[in-house]
Design a protein around this ligand. Structure first.
Ligand SMILES: [Mg+2]
Length: 273
């Protein structure tokens, strides 16, 4: 397909035009039956509005209906690709269970009904976990999300804690206790990770197996942690769309998560006829 020229967003008018372009590209790719696509969706900030804490997000009923319909329409080739563990995704979207990968690709399922598969995960070492807990206590309002092989520190409620947290975490990872660990910055969150997966690897894994294999990948994401996956889409003959602003590799960006939900809802209604 020919891809429209993308203008850099330098103002509200251009941002609106970029949103229209993202909508048009999504519609075109999901409606193309001769070259069906695999749809990969980040969750927080892409499908759901970001809330004060990870547990406070709202999942609109219409979104579940649209995702279920598109999952069927794409013959199962729709997956959630999230930094959350999959059991958290399952709770949020219940009773809907989709192909999902969690904790930035550390565990996943290819089909909706199958058990999770795990990368050889090692838990975050106990001394590091304790240091992170202490760091959170030193900055009241910082929320700790323990995912086993990673711990996320959310500072949305205390934005001023961001810079001191960053320098303390970099220091920790430079010590022997932090050897082999990675620091993953996100929107108002820092995550210390003991595994090597990222969302790009996770999506490549899906593309090796049916029903995802042989389809053009389409990924929508909004954050720094989505950038490797967004950036690899063009080389795979795929399409990357970002949310909020144009990220590297993305052909266009949706204005916000509400715009993504509306676009998916329209696509689901069209394809369910
Ligand atoms: Mg996100």
């Amino acid at each position: 397909m020919s891809r429209p020229m993308v203008q850099r967003p330098v103002g509200a008018a251009i941002a609106l035009r970029d949103d229209a372009l993202a909508n048009a590209l999504l519609e075109e790719w999901l409606g193309e039956r001769r070259q069906p696509c695999s749809l990969f969706l980040d969750v927080d900030g892409t499908l759901l509005d970001i809330a004060e804490s990870p547990d406070a997000v709202h999942v609109p009923r219409e979104l579940c209906v649209a995702l279920e319909s598109l999952h069927r329409r794409l013959d199962g080739a729709l997956a959630l690709v999230s930094g959350r563990p999959v059991d958290s995704l399952d709770r949020l979207f219940a009773p809907l269970r989709l192909p999902s990968c969690g904790s930035h690709g550390a565990h996943w399922r290819v089909h909706a009904g199958e058990p999770l598969r795990h990368e050889a995960e090692r838990p975050l070492p106990a001394p590091v976990r304790q240091r992170l807990q202490a760091l959170a206590r030193a900055h009241p309002g910082v929320l700790v999300e323990d995912k086993g092989s990673s711990v996320a520190l959310h500072y949305r409620q205390v934005p001023d804690a961001g810079p001191p947290l960053a320098s303390a975490l970099r220091e920790l990872l430079g010590e022997p206790a932090g050897a082999g660990l990675r620091l993953l910055p996100g929107k108002m969150v820092y995550e210390v990770i003991a595994h090597s997966s990222d969302k790009a690897q996770a999506i490549r894994r899906y593309l090796d197996a049916p029903p995802f294999a042989g389809r053009r990948p389409l990924f929508i994401g909004d954050d720094v942690t989505d950038e490797p996956a967004l950036a690899m889409m063009p080389a795979l003959g795929g399409l990357a769309l970002s949310v909020g602003h144009l990220l590297p590799g993305a052909s266009a960006s949706f204005a916000d998560a509400a715009s993504v939900r509306a676009a998916l809802d329209r696509a689901a209604r069209r394809t369910s006829r």
